[in-house]
Design a binder for this molecule. Structure first.
Ligand SMILES: C[S@@+](CC[C@H](N)C(=O)[O-])C[C@H]1O[C@@H](n2cnc3c(N)ncnc32)[C@H](O)[C@@H]1O
Length: 191
């Protein structure tokens, strides 16, 4: 069972938003579940939906451990799914959630994620995307600028601009940009 302090810090404010946006949703695919903390916590608090975690296989043991500890029966077994590597094989999700993945992926992977989501969401389906983003080409804080430098030095893609994401997803409408604690956003897209 791995642990992310960031997940502990952000899970409550994200849950408050997801409860609003996912009220009418029945099945959510989470791209890049990481430790599994979000999957376990959100599924436990939103019993009306089925949560499908996915990530590389190395993360599955931790995801399973968090889900077992939360004793939630509305989380499916994690599946291996990596944008740019694996084919899409989820036909019945009506929403997609991802947190802190766009600044880890390379730009071409983020573009592919946005295109993939836009292709496979049903009409009216929601994509909730959490993390740090730039606005109109600017970082929203010095700490995000420093974080971006550090990410790029480590070979990660870096913080993406919201307008750049929009340019990659003409069939998704960005319905809400919710300001979240610690200079993050929740972007709510609808197909
Ligand atoms: C910073 S972690 C975030 C994990 C978790 N969502 C959270 O908020 O703590 C980034 C995650 O994205 C996943 N990831 C990176 N590149 C990916 C890709 N191309 N396709 C799918 N997942 C990817 C990693 O395996 C990792 O679990």
């Amino acid at each position: 069972m791995r642990f992310s302090q960031a997940c502990e810090n952000n899970k409550m404010p994200i849950l408050a938003q997801l409860k609003l946006h996912l009220a009418g949703v029945s099945k959510v695919l989470e791209i890049g579940s990481g430790t599994g903390q979000h999957a376990a916590f959100f599924a436990h608090h939103m019993k009306h939906l089925v949560w499908q975690p996915c990530d590389v296989k190395e993360n599955h043991q931790s995801i399973l451990a968090w889900v077992a500890q939360a004793k939630c029966d509305n989380v499916l077994a994690p599946v291996p799914f990596f944008i740019g590597v694996d084919q899409w094989y989820f036909d019945d999700v009506d929403a997609i959630y991802t947190a802190n993945t766009a600044h880890i992926m390379q730009p071409d992977e983020v573009k592919l994620m946005m295109e993939t989501v836009a292709t496979h969401l049903p009409n009216g389906g929601l994509f909730c995307q959490y993390g740090p983003f730039c606005v109109s080409g600017e970082f929203t804080s010095q700490s995000n600028a420093d974080f971006d430098t550090s990410l790029r030095q480590q070979g990660y893609g870096g913080i993406r601009d919201i307008a750049e994401l929009q340019s990659w997803t003409p069939t998704l409408t960005l319905t809400q940009i919710v300001e979240m604690p610690a200079n993050n956003f929740l972007l709510v897209w609808q197909k």
